[in-house]
Write a protein that binds this ligand. Structure first.
Ligand SMILES: [Zn+2]
Length: 268
């Protein structure tokens, strides 16, 4: 009897164990199924929200940010004239490390000798504009000569890029009716500036840095030259300081686009 009793107890233990095991397996199955169902639902919900945004929103998140920054007077377009030079690659490299784009108004003649640098500027997400081919004073040239300066430079840029060039910065900012006609024929918009770094005059990193920071008021186009070591050093210091003050850097194209959007919004 003792033996049977023992066997009975063992049987009950075994049966209980099997039942508990069964319940455990079934519960795990149900829980896993529920989790994966919720995951699928969440994924689908996320997808559908993205799709909706893509259809309904015509401004990308970067554009939204730039609009806010422009409204808060926190946009900066950094521009460099007269390059490329032997200092340009280092400048582009440092800007790229900081995810900061700039616009380079190049001299066709200098770029011809530094096509690799020109390509590097473009590949790093910078914008290229025309300064001229040989930095001649446009007001002293004939319309044909001005157009030659433009077209020669365009051809050099086209050796490394098929992007259409929209902007020019006329040497010395010197314009008259004849220059304006040539720019119109060349399909180019002249880009001015409101902060002149005077880097060519100072040729001193600290002086250039301090002068620019005094002049920056927000939503500025800063003029610098990537032909001086001191300008490149000052530019990087300026970028670091302005980034720490929550400014956002844009190309000239972006600057004009955002300015137009905000201006139109204000007029509505
Ligand atoms: Zn120049």
């Amino acid at each position: 009897m003792k033996f049977i009793y023992f066997k009975k107890n063992t049987m009950i233990t075994y049966l209980s164990f099997i039942v508990i095991l069964g319940i455990a397996i079934y519960s795990t199955y149900i829980i896993t199924k529920t989790i994966s169902y919720h995951k699928i639902v969440e994924e689908n919900e996320e997808e559908s929200i993205c799709d909706e945004e893509e259809i309904c929103e015509d401004v990308s998140p970067r554009k939204e940010l730039l609009i806010k920054q422009y409204q808060n007077k926190k946009l900066i377009a950094l521009t460099f004239d007269d390059g490329p030079s032997k200092y340009t690659e280092n400048l582009v490299d440092e800007l790229q490390k900081r995810n900061v784009p700039a616009t380079f108004f190049i001299l066709g003649q200098s770029a011809e000798d530094r096509l690799d640098t020109l390509k590097f500027e473009l590949d790093a997400g910078n914008e290229i504009g025309i300064h001229s081919y040989t930095h001649k004073l446009f007001t002293k040239l004939s319309e044909t000569e001005i157009l030659e300066q433009i077209e020669h430079t365009r051809k050099v840029i086209n050796k490394v890029s098929d992007k259409e060039i929209q902007y020019i910065r006329v040497p010395y900012g010197s314009r008259n009716k004849k220059v304006d006609n040539a720019l119109e024929k060349g399909n180019l918009v002249d880009v001015l500036w409101n902060v002149d770094s005077k880097d060519w005059k100072f040729k001193n990193t600290s002086k250039t840095y301090n002068y620019v920071l005094k002049k920056v008021k927000g939503n500025d186009i800063i003029l610098m030259h990537d032909t001086f070591k001191t300008s490149v050093e000052a530019a990087i210091k300026i970028v670091d300081k302005l980034l720490s003050e929550c400014y956002t850097f844009v190309t000239v194209s972006e600057f004009y686009e955002i300015k137009e959007i905000v201006t139109n919004q204000l007029m509505q």
